[in-house]
Structure formats: C-alpha cells, structure tokens
Design a protein around this ligand. Structure first.
Ligand code: GDP
Ligand code: MG
Length: 329
C-alpha cells in the first residue's frame, strides 16, 4: 500500500494528478483545503511490490514503513482494510496518518490490535469513573445530548451508591429541563433550577446540565465560563457523533479554552461516521464516555482504545452494525 499526498489549485486538478500518478484504482483517503488550494491524500496497492506501506508526513516527507513481508500475502490486504476503514470516517488527514503510522509500526496480525495501538498514540482516555465530590458541568452545542448524559450519569450514580445532586441552567428554553424532571420522578431526585452564572450550593457529588450554547458566540461562552468558575467545576464537552470533523476541531478548541479536557461522545447508535468526534478528541481532549441510545436506562458506555478500534473498523462499505456497539465495552 502506497500513500501519497497531492496538492493542487482545485479538487479536479488534484484528482487528475492522483489518476495520472497512481491510476484508476487509487483510493482517496481524505482531502483538506490549504492556503493555495486543496490537498488530497490517496493510496494504491502496487501490484508488483505490495510489501511496503508508504506514508507521508508533513514534516518528514515520505517515509516507508514496513508492513508485513512479501511471503505473507494477507497483511497488505489487511492494511488496505485498515486504511479504507479509517478513511471512511473522514477525520482530518493528519489524524488518519498518525493512526496508520503507529498501526503499521505495530503490525499485529490482528488489524484491530494494530489500530488500537494507533489509537493509544493519537487519543487520550480519561473515564468518568464513579461520581466524586468534584462538580461536573456538561457543556456543548444545543442538542448534543447533554441532558440525556446528565440523566444517565445520575442513574448510574444511584446504582453506584453515590447519588448525584443534579442542577440545570437550561431554565429559559421551554422543555429544556423536561427530561430531567421526568427523571426526578423516577429517582426521587428533583433537579435544582439554576440561573446561568449562579452557584449550586451542594458539597457532595454534583452535575450541572447547561443550556446549549453557540460555541462561536462570545456572550454565550462568557455565561458558561461564569457557571463553570463559580461552581469550581470541571467542564465536560458533550458532542454527538456524525458531525463535521473540521467544525468539531474548531468547537473543541473553543471549549478547551474554557478548561474542557474531557469529551463524551453521544449518538454512536445513529451515526456511521465518527470522524467528527475523532477530530475533536485529536486536539487533545480525552474520551470520557460514550452514549449510544436516547434511553436513559441504557446508561453511558466506557470508551477504550479497543472499543474505539472496533467502532472505526465497522464495515466501511455497508451500514454499521448498530447493535454491535453495545457489546463493545
Ligand atoms: N439515538 C440517540 N439519541 C440521543 C442520544 N443522546 C441524546 N439523544 C437524543 O438527542 C436529542 C437531544 O438530546 P438532549 O440531551 O436533549 O440534548 P441537549 O440539548 O444537549 O441537552 C434528544 O432527542 C435525545 O433523546 C444517543 O446517544 N442516541
Ligand atoms: Mg438539554
């Protein structure tokens, strides 16, 4: 498998170059806009010499990494499977390249394990764990799944024997706190309605659900900053799978400035592509947990390098096996 990056003024010029250099069988792994046009990364399996795996690095130029050897016909095929699966999710090229590079170095006969090693290299993992005395504030765009995550975590906290105090600052929008109020009836745990920027007076485990904000609106972000600071809380970003990778990279940077270091990925049951959340996490945020159902009782799932590898390797050409996710963690 050879990977090459082509730069050109327009996408069609870049694709013509890909065809001319690598032929019609080239697989497009990804593309991105550059200051002068567009950059396309493409791969081809050279029929005559499939034993090496070429990968480009913006700093190092082209490198050749060993992947298997000429006697073992299976490995290049597996490499192709890996590359196609990674490319399918549409994460930024740099992320895909880093995943491939480490996976190729590890070169385990199991593609899943090679990819899990790549994932360990690129992503961080910091599970939510049991509720502690630290306050968590769930932040993110509207509709990200914050309220469902708060409810799921609240249910888990009861099961773990350390019930959380729940508060919500989503008090102005009609229906914003509805799911939490439903939960109150089930758990006998009435959420506190908290105006944005106010302190939740509670010293035990607590979680604050917030109103959805526009990440690019300074006033929204400032209000959120006040809620986080006055509550001495850890802000945790909630993002649904399926979003645009470059948009999510920008969003991750905005929230990192608010002190976010952890990310909860939601809607893994309804998205086939997770390049958006991969892009957000690759900016340096740690995966804390995953949501894969709108049903509160289904709870949150831990995310590990292995479960993320399985999600990425889900059949890139067909529909994702949605039930599979539940078996992963
Ligand atoms: N399928 C699915 N739906 C989800 C998941 N998490 C949240 N939702 C749904 O997404 C919508 C928005 O969720 P909500 O928690 O209200 O988002 P918020 O605006 O960030 O608080 C609701 O209809 C939820 O039921 C998930 O993991 N899977
Ligand atoms: Mg909400």
């Amino acid at each position: 498998m050879r990977i090459r990056t082509f730069t050109a003024r327009t996408m069609s010029e870049a694709l013509r170059e890909v065809r001319a250099e690598l032929g019609r069988d080239a697989v497009i792994l990804g593309n991105r806009d550059t200051a002068n046009g567009v950059e396309v990364t493409a791969a081809i399996d050279p029929q005559d010499q499939p034993e090496t795996f070429r990968i480009t690095d913006p700093d190092l130029g082209e490198n050749v990494l060993p992947l298997g050897n000429a006697e073992d016909d299976d490995l290049p095929e597996e490499a192709e499977h890996l590359l196609r699966a990674i490319a399918f999710h549409g994460a930024p090229i740099e992320v895909n390249e880093r995943l491939c590079r480490r996976a190729a170095e590890v070169n385990d006969p199991s593609v899943m394990l090679s990819l899990a090693a790549g994932i360990e290299d690129v992503f961080r993992f910091a599970p939510l764990g049991r509720p502690s005395d630290n306050a968590l504030v769930l932040v993110g765009p509207p509709g990200a799944g914050k309220t469902i995550v708060a409810a799921k975590f609240a249910v888990e906290s009861v099961l773990a024997g350390r019930p959380l105090k729940i508060a919500t600052t989503d008090v102005e929008r009609p229906g914003g706190e509805m799911r939490l109020m439903e939960l109150a009836q089930i758990l006998d745990n009435r959420p506190v309605r908290l105006s944005p920027g106010r302190r939740l007076e509670w010293s035990g485990p607590r979680i604050i659900d917030t109103e959805g904000v526009n990440p690019f609106d300074d006033i929204d972000i400032q209000k959120l900053r006040e809620t986080i600071e006055i509550n001495d809380a850890e802000p945790v970003l909630v993002l649904p799978a399926g979003g645009d990778p470059y948009e999510y990279e920008d969003i991750a940077h905005v929230f990192a400035e608010l002190g976010v270091t952890r990310l909860i990925a939601t809607r893994l049951d309804t998205a086939r592509r997770i390049g958006g959340i991969m892009a957000a996490a690759a900016t340096g945020l740690s995966f804390a947990a995953a949501g894969a159902s709108p049903v509160i009782a289904d709870g949150l799932h831990p995310l590990t390098p292995n479960s993320l590898a399985r999600l990425i390797l889900n059949d890139p050409d067909g529909a994702a096996d949605l039930d599979e996710y539940r078996k992963l963690a």
